[in-house]
Design a protein around this ligand. Structure first.
Ligand SMILES: Cc1ncc(COP(=O)(O)O)c(C=O)c1O
Ligand SMILES: N[C@@H](CCOP(=O)(O)O)C(=O)O
Length: 547
């Protein structure tokens, strides 16, 4: 890894595309797992030390300006090639995987950009099979898993075949996108955990009406964070992980972040062309955030040269990220006065003993944002570099900091304030906004009345944050639209029920969703226990392998 100056002159771990030999390697944010290939990190998902994989180098000195007129799949090929060595996946094979992945999208541009008004543009990421931004990465990841498995299993039969057991946690969108990316694929079993009763009816139907033999939905009595913890506990369990080749579809899997980098560049070029900008002009990106995967992809794009003036995090009332940017503390929020209030309300919002608020943007009802660990690593690395030691020392320091912070998060429910320099670096590249449910509803109403456009509630959180950010900066804003409004009928109806011209069926519902909820479903209810889930997974995989 070379230690060069970043866009802002700071010391950051960037590599040069001219000096790299094309073989990108990966390491864990906690430092004990390193020098891994792309295939290793994609198939392993989570590092054996509990950390998340990051590339050793973020390619810089990239001639990204020359990508301006590429189609989405061709742009994806250029970007992904910088992180995947051709000795691992030959370029023609990678092109085949990418082309297959985006042929399932309904929009010719894959991720079209829509001008809303003034300096505000909406990046529509919901034109894939399950109508949410997750399809961009999970169509690709499904095909990638298939590619690696076909290669590993060539000429093998029976027990010699490598069988992948995918376990994923969802607050609604990742689950269906993963299921659609992996349904019916050979040598893969898929187990998706969702918090029972806390995903929207359409999201639940999208997952549970897929009846392929290799797809299993588990409804967990708990929250999304409980589901995410169960998945992480399974990865940490040497028993099942060594016998079952666990695979990850959540954004802990590096391939998820990688595939999402593409639309930051693609939307920039779309904007440059449609608004007659000059390449290099600054833009702000505003991202509705929960697990911090989507905006982290924007951070990688920025580090590769994308002229982002700021990346703006938009949270709902589950605001751990917003609080970090404001205070430097990263902590789960205690539910104040819950007992006194009979366990029903906090700040006027329904709350649970676990501290998660149920909001109108449920896919972001998350207490702990798992990908924040990846950003923290880069910030800790930058901080370590101030000491002027060598790169190996900086990486070691960063790994140690992350390990200590994550330990405190586990044992004390939080950590911080982080070093002033770390917080300053975070604030240099990012801003944050917290958006309440009532503001979300107002924004959905405003845009319906103003331009006859129906925003989904997550997108509305982003658009509300964009409008606030536009008061601070006059550069164009690209606000990410992360889901189709039809997935969140309850919130949309709540906002628009009194509008004379509004009809959910006429204005929102796509034909693909008609009748979905009355189709046959398959789902197993489970208690919030990783051991119980482990036994279900083992038994089911055994049966599938016998069949
Ligand atoms: C519709 C929607 N918007 C926003 C988010 C938040 O994205 P991230 O978790 O990558 O921050 C999610 C879930 O991840 C989502 O499903
Ligand atoms: N909002 C997500 C939660 C899981 O996040 P991921 O990006 O880490 O998979 C969902 O819809 O499931």
């Amino acid at each position: 890894m070379s230690n060069t100056n970043g866009v802002d002159g700071s010391s950051v771990p960037n590599g040069s595309s001219e000096t790299r030999d094309g073989s990108q390697r990966y390491l864990s944010t906690r430092g004990d797992d390193y020098d891994l290939s792309f295939e290793d990190v994609v198939l392993k998902g989570l590092a054996s030390d509990g950390g998340l994989y990051i590339p050793e180098e973020i390619p810089s000195n990239v001639d990204w300006q020359s990508w301006k007129d590429l189609s989405f799949p061709d742009l994806a090929l250029e970007i992904l090639s910088l992180y995947i060595s051709p000795s691992e996946i030959p370029r023609d094979d990678l092109k085949g995987i990418i082309d297959r992945s985006y042929s399932t999208f309904r929009a010719p541009e894959t991720t079209p950009l829509k001008h809303l008004h003034d300096n505000l543009y909406l990046l529509e990421l919901f034109h894939g099979p399950t109508f949410a931004f997750k399809d961009v990465a999970l169509q690709f990841l499904g095909n990638l898993f298939e590619y690696f498995l076909v290669r590993k299993n060539a000429g093998k039969t029976g027990a010699d075949r490598h069988h992948l057991t995918v376990v994923g946690a969802t607050s609604g969108d990742t689950g269906s996108a993963a299921i659609y990316g992996l349904r019916g694929k050979k040598d893969v079993s898929v187990f998706i955990l969702h918090p029972k009763g806390r995903v929207s009816p359409i999201q639940e139907a999208q997952m549970t009406t897929v009846l392929d033999d290799n797809v299993h939905n588990l409804a967990v009595t708990g929250t999304f964070d409980d589901c995410q913890d169960i998945v992480k506990a399974l990865f940490a369990d040497p028993d099942i992980n060594s016998t079952h080749n666990l695979g990850a579809v959540n954004s802990i899997n590096w391939a998820r972040i990688l595939a999402q980098i593409v639309y930051y560049f693609y939307s920039y070029f779309s904007l440059v062309k449609s608004a007659n900008l000059t390449i290099g002009d600054k833009v702000r990106y505003v991202v509705p955030s929960g697990n911090f995967g989507d905006i982290l992809a924007g951070y990688f794009a920025y580090r590769m040269g994308l002229p982002a003036e700021k990346l703006v995090i938009a949270t709902n009332e589950n605001d751990i990220l917003d609080r970090f940017w404001k205070t430097g503390m990263y902590e789960k929020k205690p539910v104040r006065g819950l007992e006194a209030q009979g366990g029903l309300q906090v700040d006027g919002v329904k709350a649970h003993e676990d501290g998660v608020k149920e909001t109108l943007s449920p896919a972001m009802d998350i207490l702990v944002s798992s990908n924040f660990e990846r950003l923290l690593w880069f910030l800790a690395y930058e901080f370590a570099a101030i000491a002027g030691m060598d790169d190996e020392w900086n990486k070691k320091q960063a790994g140690q900091e992350i390990t200590a912070w994550m330990k405190q998060l586990r044992s004390n429910g939080g950590f911080g304030p982080v070093y002033q320099d770390v917080h300053t670096s975070a604030r240099r590249d990012f801003e944050s906004e917290r958006v309440s449910d009532s503001q979300t509803v107002e924004t959905i109403k405003t845009y319906f009345n103003k331009i006859n456009y129906v925003l989904d509630p997550h997108t509305a959180v982003g658009v509300t944050a964009s409008v606030r950010s536009m008061a601070r900066s006059n550069v164009p804003h690209i606000s990410l639209s992360t889901a189709h409004p039809a997935k969140f009928a309850g919130a949309v109806e709540l906002a628009l029920k009194d509008e004379a011209d509004f009809s959910f069926e006429k204005n929102v519902l796509p034909p693909e969703f008609v009748g979905l909820e009355s189709k046959e479903k398959r789902v197993t209810e489970v208690e919030n226990s990783w051991q119980t889930v482990r036994e279900i997974v083992k038994k089911q995989v055994e049966e599938e392998l016998k069949a």
